[in-house]
Design a protein around this ligand. Structure first.
Ligand SMILES: Nc1ncnc2c1ncn2[C@@H]1O[C@H](COP(=O)(O)OP(=O)(O)OP(=O)(O)O)[C@@H](O)[C@H]1O
Ligand SMILES: Nc1ncnc2c1ncn2[C@@H]1O[C@H](COP(=O)(O)OP(=O)(O)OP(=O)(O)O)[C@@H](O)[C@H]1O
Length: 568
């Protein structure tokens, strides 16, 4: 069989870079294969994707070496339009992908590549939106959608193209866990039913492995480091080395003193057979799974019965009351469109509640300006491209300090320190445009951290981050919390919540439907299904293997992780 994509000793250097970003890439992808590309942030995954879909060289110029064939042709000999007949893409930054005035038009636009008759197109748009549960939004403007809803619409667009190759750059980043599962399922259905070739770039190991993958390609520093099947890669233990987090149940097995290379079929927690090891696992969870006591905290932010609607008939935040204490990390969980970003904007003052009250350290802040609130409450939005305004990296981080009249020497010192913490120091003299998405995300966080607010709202802080940066960053957040900074973490990553949050607040349809420890919230079936959350692989594994107490097994894992943090 002839490969549909063939890289031979391929290299690429962006025109404004001195070193090549891709080096000596040799990879054949065959029709009907499902490939998962992973690797550290900045390793060149999106660049590789851009070479396949033609954004390189059409949008991003530079020099290539070696050869690349896509669908039997060299991309440079085609127009980007011709190439889009072979390769359909979902980009990392969806905001840049919308062209139509309404959701329906947008999906239709993708289909126009197929030049379908109008009537047929209408039917197809409806079918595609229905598949991703977004039909109700067909007339809405893409700019009125929540982050996850935009992601659903992009998926609908790509799923309905005729392209033979579908390329997904972080398709799960903004999706709630249930939608993430649905997305992986849809991708898999299309892969099997229509024989499409699928290429997925993702950091979320467990989420990708919910469906079978043929090969994993691990990239590092612009080259291909390892290629293998999921089982091969998981049992070889190389994931961490390439910026990926191993599945939690695999870590739990190691904590319990079990060697992974002896275990077969590691990629599916429900099928993994550990019959002979049950006693070891039970003993470990009993020993390590003691539930810790909650600490008492000084109240920082208090919201009482906030209500807000973009239009008056339909409030999207209803009667929401919550407290965040100094030094507390609170996870705000909930389905796409539940109202999480809207609630954050009420807290930061970008939006004004129709009713309700907000106090900060006991003081009513309703009359505070956005600027004054910003000194106490930092807000990092989901999409970094919406936050970044400056051309150079250190200017971006220093801007807030400059506006506040801080002396240049102090600005430089604080900026450098924050850049170090955020793993961006090496790039301090770079233009923002040369950063990868994950790097930009860290930049937008750095620009807030430098202002030293007392409460920080982080919307999907780790989306698009590789594991090493995720861990470094979250450990840093943890340290700040020990110094008294409060955090509201909006996340669809249940593991992030589980490991780092003291407490979870669950929002559904604008209302707070649960407030408890994360482990407790995630084991409450009613809450998880309403808010489209997900049982962790730890409890799936514990149940499938009939361990004595799945809850204790989960707690044992959390305790071990926290112990690990305390040692570092
Ligand atoms: N438009 C650009 N101009 C110049 N250099 C770029 C550009 N985009 C990316 N780069 C360079 O290529 C490197 C790899 O970026 P790329 O987006 O391919 O990484 P990635 O592996 O997809 O990272 P992430 O997981 O953070 O999205 C960056 O560190 C940067 O040096
Ligand atoms: N500017 C706007 N105009 C009108 N409606 C909006 C606007 N922004 C958001 N909405 C609607 O308000 C609801 C809540 O959106 P919000 O962005 O707060 O959700 P979210 O919980 O943050 O979702 P996600 O997890 O997908 O980011 C959604 O139904 C959305 O369509």
């Amino acid at each position: 069989m002839k490969p549909i994509i063939s890289f031979q000793h391929y290299g690429f250097k962006y025109k404004n870079q001195s070193e090549p970003t891709l080096k000596d890439i040799t990879l054949d992808v065959y029709p009907g294969e499902k490939i998962w590309i992973a690797g550290p942030s900045g390793s060149g995954k999106s660049t590789l994707a851009h070479c396949i879909n033609g954004l390189i060289p059409f949008t991003y110029g530079g020099e290539t070496s070696g050869s690349l064939i896509v669908g039997g042709e060299e991309p440079v000999n085609l127009s980007i339009f011709e190439l889009s007949r072979t390769v359909g893409t979902i980009l990392q930054d969806q905001d840049s992908q919308f062209v139509g005035l309404s959701v329906g038009e947008d999906v239709a636009f993708v289909m126009e590549n197929k030049a379908l008759p109008r009537e047929q197109m209408k039917v197809d748009v409806v079918t595609a939106l229905n598949m991703v549960d977004m039909l109700d939004y067909i007339e809405h403007s893409p700019y009125e959608l929540s982050g996850g809803q935009k992601q659903h619409v992009s998926l609908a667009g790509v799923l309905s193209t005729d392209a033979e190759v579908l390329l997904f750059d972080e398709p799960l980043a903004n999706l709630d866990p249930a939608s993430g599962r649905l997305a992986m399922q849809l991708i898999d259905d299309i892969h099997r039913d229509r024989g499409k070739t699928i290429i997925i770039i993702e950091h979320r190991v467990e989420d990708v492995l919910q469906q079978p993958v043929d090969r994993i390609v691990l990239m590092n520093e612009g080259s291909i480091a390892v290629v293998g099947t999921p089982d091969e890669i998981l049992s070889s233990g190389v994931l961490r080395q390439y910026g990926l987090r191993p599945p939690l149940y695999a870590d739990a097995l190691e904590y319990a003193g079990i060697a992974l290379d002896a275990i077969k079929g590691l990629s599916i927690p429900q099928k993994l057979d550990v019959a002979g090891l049950k006693d070891t696992l039970n003993a470990w969870s009993e020993r390590s799974g003691v539930k810790p006591e909650g600490a008492r905290r000084e109240p920082l932010l208090s919201a009482q019965q906030l209500t807000f609607g973009y239009n008056l008939e339909h409030p999207v935040v209803r009667d929401a009351s919550l407290n965040i204490g100094a030094g507390e990390i609170v996870a705000l969980l909930g389905n796409n469109g539940a109202g999480k970003s809207t609630l954050s904007q009420l807290i930061t003052g970008i939006l004004k509640p129709q009713s309700g009250k907000l106090t900060f350290a006991g003081e009513d802040i309703s009359s505070w300006s956005i600027r004054r609130r910003g000194e106490q409450i930092g807000y990092v939005m989901q999409n970094p491209n919406r936050m970044i305004t400056q051309h150079m990296i250190s200017e971006e981080v220093g801007l807030g300090l400059k506006v506040r009249g801080i002396a240049a020497s102090e600005i430089q010192e604080r900026v450098e320190q924050v850049l170090k913490v955020c793993g961006l120091y090496a790039f301090r003299n770079w233009p923002v445009s040369a950063l990868s998405y994950g790097q930009k995300k860290r930049l937008s966080i750095a620009a807030i951290l430098v202002l030293e607010p007392k409460l920080i709202i982080l919307d999907e802080p780790t989306a698009g981050q590789d594991y090493q940066h995720y861990k470094e960053f979250m450990d840093f957040i943890h340290t700040l919390s020990e110094q008294g900074v409060g955090f509201l973490l909006i996340t669809h990553d249940m593991y992030l919540a589980l490991e780092y949050a003291d407490r979870a607040i669950v929002l559904h349809d604008g209302r707070i439907i649960a407030e408890d420890t994360v482990a407790a919230v995630l084991s409450n079936q009613e809450v998880t299904s309403a808010a489209r959350l997900k049982e962790t692989s730890l409890s799936l594994f514990a149940k499938a293997n009939d361990l004595t107490s799945p809850a204790q097994f989960v707690q044992a894992f959390i305790n071990e992780e926290k112990k690990g943090k305390a040692h570092e």
